[in-house]
Design a protein around this ligand. Structure first.
Ligand code: PEP
Ligand code: MN
Length: 312
């Protein structure tokens, strides 16, 4: 792995078997560092510099800027996704979200438009220039989804679908990996390791809340995972306050808190008409609410970037 001033060579599959002392003193070796964590390649020990994930065509996640990913829970119609894309684009968002294949808790809920949804996302991208992130729920769909998406999302419920993780690791599209509903930071990083160890280093982690006991919000947003990931891993991390809270009124305060905690970006659900949404309407910001939040995030990002210690 080439760094700015040194090249790191990593060895895996040798837990405890190799004495680092054997390498020290060899020509060209400045130090030998045992990687103590079970997740190797995503650890800070393996690579100290923060990873910047480049999306096809330019946008960068993890470069110290704040990435705003926004859009509806699901693609519902041409009109809906175009209206959402216009709003996200006009308000300075970078990536349009929208599920075409939806992992729903109930088999009777709207499951997404499938390939038609992907085509509508591609048309919205064409119209606005926004990048597209959309979920892939099964390995057989990866090729299809990757034809339309700039970033492949692995949902919380699939964070430990190891076959799917390996399969997205075998292709080049960046991967947005959401934290499982009850996953520890170690489990999340091991899930990322599945992707990276197959050859795809372009992984962005996403905190989206974990199961708690409170009834005031859908999940408990665990912002402490942001500095925990920073400490243990070089991968960028974004925060999704929409799924974490399940409540429109809670989204903006927690989005602001996410940036203050050092997240590389946020993922926000917004819908041109939340009352009519086929999925997660209660947590979607309407266009005015999203506009207000986008302005706040811009101001906050400018303030935070003036504080060098917040950029790792
Ligand atoms: C989503 O972002 O569309 C989604 C289903 O979220 P999660 O996997 O975090 O529940
Ligand atoms: Mn949703």
């Amino acid at each position: 792995m080439g760094g700015r001033s040194r090249t790191a060579v990593g060895i895996v599959g040798n837990d405890g078997a190799v004495d680092p002392g054997r390498f020290v003193g060899m020509p060209g070796v400045s130090e030998a560092v045992p990687v103590s964590k079970p997740y190797k390649q995503v650890s800070r020990e393996w690579k100290h510099e923060a990873t910047i994930v480049e999306l096809p065509g330019g946008a960068r996640i993890g470069d110290g800027s704040v990435t705003v990913i926004a859009g509806p829970c699901a693609v519902e119609s041409r009109e809906q996704i175009h209206a959402a894309a216009e709003i996200v684009h006009e308000l300075g968002g970078h990536v349009l979200r929208g599920g075409a294949f939806k992992p729903r808790s109930s088999p009777y809920s709207f499951q997404g438009l499938g390939e038609r949804g992907l085509e509508l996302l591609a048309a919205a991208k064409q119209a606005t220039g926004l990048k597209i992130v959309t979920e892939v729920v099964a390995a057989v769909d990866i090729e299809l989804v990757a034809r339309y998406a700039d970033v492949l999302q692995i949902g919380a419920r699939n964070m430990q679908n190891f076959h799917l993780l390996s399969a997205v690791g075998e292709q080049p599209r960046p991967v947005l990996l959401k934290r499982g509903l009850m996953a520890t930071v170690e489990e999340l990083l091991l899930a990322a390791e599945y992707v990276v160890s197959e050859g795809n280093p372009r992984v962005v982690l996403c905190e989206r809340g974990v199961r708690g006991f409170g009834a005031h919000a859908r999940y408990t947003l665990d912002l402490s995972i942001v500095p925990a990931i920073r400490e243990s891993s070089h991968l960028p991390v974004i925060v999704d306050p929409s799924h974490a809270t399940g409540k429109r009124a809670f989204v903006a305060p927690l989005a602001r808190a996410a940036l203050a905690a050092g997240a590389d970006g946020v993922m926000i659900e917004t819908h041109p008409d939340p009352q009519q949404a086929l999925c997660d309407g209660h947590q979607a910001l309407d266009p005015d609410e999203f506009a207000a939040l986008a302005a706040e995030l811009r101001a906050l990002a400018a303030h935070l970037s003036a504080r060098p210690e917040t950029v790792t």
